[in-house]
Design a protein around this ligand. Structure first.
Ligand code: ADP
Ligand code: MG
Length: 342
C-alpha cells in the first residue's frame, strides 16, 4: 500500500465509486410522510446536489444521513473502505452490527448509528440551514474547537494526557496547522483573531464549511450554503466547493434551492418533490427533464398551457440529445447500486 493510500484523506478521489447508497428510505412524522421510499447514491469525489421545492424533504434526508433522525425504514450504507462490494454491505447488514471497520475506512450502516458515532466514526460532517458558528469565539478558535474529538483521543481521555504527553502536543500542533491551512484556503488568515460573529455573512458561511473540513470528513453535507449570499459570495463559495472536491478526499452532498448554483458546480443532481425522487442524473439531464420543469414551475391550472409548451420544448430538446437515461448519469454502474428508478 502506498503512503498516499495509507491516509483515507489524501488519496486521489476515485470518481464514480459508490460512497453512500440510500435505499428505500422512508421518514414519517405521525401521519406525514416527509421522505417516501427514496433511493439514490452518492459517488466518491462527486458534488451531488439534492434539490427540490420547499418542504420536499431535503433537510429531512440530511437529518437521517447524519443521525439526527432515525428513518422509519430503509438503509443508508456508507462504504469508505477501498473495494467494498454489495456482498460486504449485505454481510454487515445481516450481522446486526452498526458498522464494520476495515483499514482506514469501513462499511457503516448510518440508519443504525447515533449522530455522534456518524460524525466520529463514519466521518460525516454537516452544516446547517442556519449558521451555527460559535460567534463569540475567534475565527481560529472555531476551527480548533472542531477538532476536539481528535484531541481528546490523543490525550487518551485522561488529565495526564492533556497535561503534556508528546502525543497530545503533537496532535495539538497538527490541529492548529490544519486550522491555519483552512483559514488560508478560505482567505481569512487576516481575520484569525476576530470574533466569528463579526465576519460578513458570506465569510461566516465559508468558515462553517472550513470548520466541518477540519474534521477530515469523507462526506460533507451542506444544507443550502448559498442561501442569502450575494453573487460575489456565491462565486467564492463555488470556488471553495470545487477546491474541496478536487483537492481533498471529501465528497459533497449539497442541498440547494437555487438551480443555477447547482447546475454550475454539481456532477450529479437528485430532485425531490413531496418526499419522492422525481429525477436523477447529470445537471444537463435534470435541467431538461420535463418532470423537473413542471415541478419547478409549480404548475396551477391557469398556467397549464404555458407549462405544457415549456415541457414540450424540453422534450424536443431531450429527444435531440442522445444522452440522458433513467439513471441519467451516463456513468458506469457501481456495486450495490439501488438503481435510478423513479
Ligand atoms: N421534526 C418534524 N416533525 C414534523 N414534521 C416535520 C419535521 N421535520 C420536517 N417535517 C416536515 O417534513 C416535510 C419536509 O421538510 P424538510 O425536510 O424540512 O423540507 P426541505 O428541506 O426540502 O424544505 C415538511 O412538510 C416539514 O414540515
Ligand atoms: Mg430544508
Amino acid at each position: 500500500m502506498s503512503a498516499a493510500a495509507a491516509s483515507p484523506r489524501h488519496y486521489a478521489p476515485l470518481r464514480h465509486v459508490l460512497l453512500v447508497a440510500i435505499e428505500h428510505m422512508t421518514m414519517r412524522f405521525g401521519g406525514l410522510t416527509a421522505v417516501d421510499d427514496l433511493s439514490f447514491e452518492v459517488r466518491r469525489g462527486d458534488i451531488t446536489a439534492l434539490i427540490g421545492p420547499n418542504g420536499a424533504g431535503k433537510t429531512t434526508v440530511f437529518n437521517c444521513i447524519t443521525g439526527f433522525y432515525k428513518p422509519s425504514s430503509g438503509r443508508i450504507a456508507l462504504a469508505s473502505a477501498e473495494g467494498v462490494t454489495s456482498a460486504d454491505v449485505a454481510r454487515v447488514t445481516r450481522s446486526g452490527q452498526r458498522y464494520h471497520v476495515n483499514g482506514n475506512g469501513g462499511v457503516f450502516l448510518l440508519e443504525r448509528m447515533p449522530d455522534f458515532e456518524i460524525a466520529a466514526r463514519a466521518s460525516v460532517a454537516r452544516t446547517f440551514q442556519n449558521i451555527r458558528l460559535f460567534t463569540g469565539m475567534t475565527v481560529l478558535e472555531n476551527l480548533v474547537v472542531a477538532q476536539h474529538n481528535r484531541l481528546m483521543h490523543a490525550s487518551g481521555f485522561s488529565l495526564l494526557g492533556l497535561l503534556g504527553t508528546a502525543g497530545y502536543r503533537r496532535a495539538e500542533r497538527a490541529a492548529v496547522e490544519r486550522a491555519l491551512y483552512w483559514l488560508d484556503t478560505i482567505g481569512l488568515t487576516a481575520r484569525a483573531d476576530d470574533p466569528a460573529g463579526d465576519l460578513p455573512y458570506g465569510d461566516q458561511r465559508r468558515l462553517e464549511i472550513a470548520r466541518a473540513m477540519c474534521t477530515d470528513p469523507v462526506l460533507l453535507c451542506l444544507d443550502e450554503p448559498a442561501a442569502g449570499l450575494n453573487p460575489r459570495e456565491s462565486a467564492d463559495l463555488n470556488t471553495l466547493l470545487r477546491k474541496i472536491r478536487d483537492g481533498h478526499a471529501t465528497s459533497i452532498l449539497l442541498i440547494e434551492h437555487d438551480m443555477s448554483v447547482v447546475m454550475e458546480i454539481s456532477d450529479h443532481v437528485v430532485v425531490l418533490e413531496h418526499g419522492a425522487k422525481i429525477s436523477d442524473g447529470t445537471p444537463d439531464f435534470v435541467k431538461n427533464d420535463p418532470t423537473v420543469i413542471a415541478a419547478y414551475l409549480g404548475v396551477d391550472e391557469s398556467e397549464e398551457p404555458a407549462a405544457e409548451a415549456e415541457i414540450e420544448a424540453a422534450q424536443r430538446r431531450g429527444a435531440r440529445k442522445a444522452g440522458g437515461n433513467g439513471n441519467g448519469s451516463g456513468k458506469p454502474g457501481t456495486n450495490g447500486s439501488p438503481g435510478g428508478a423513479r
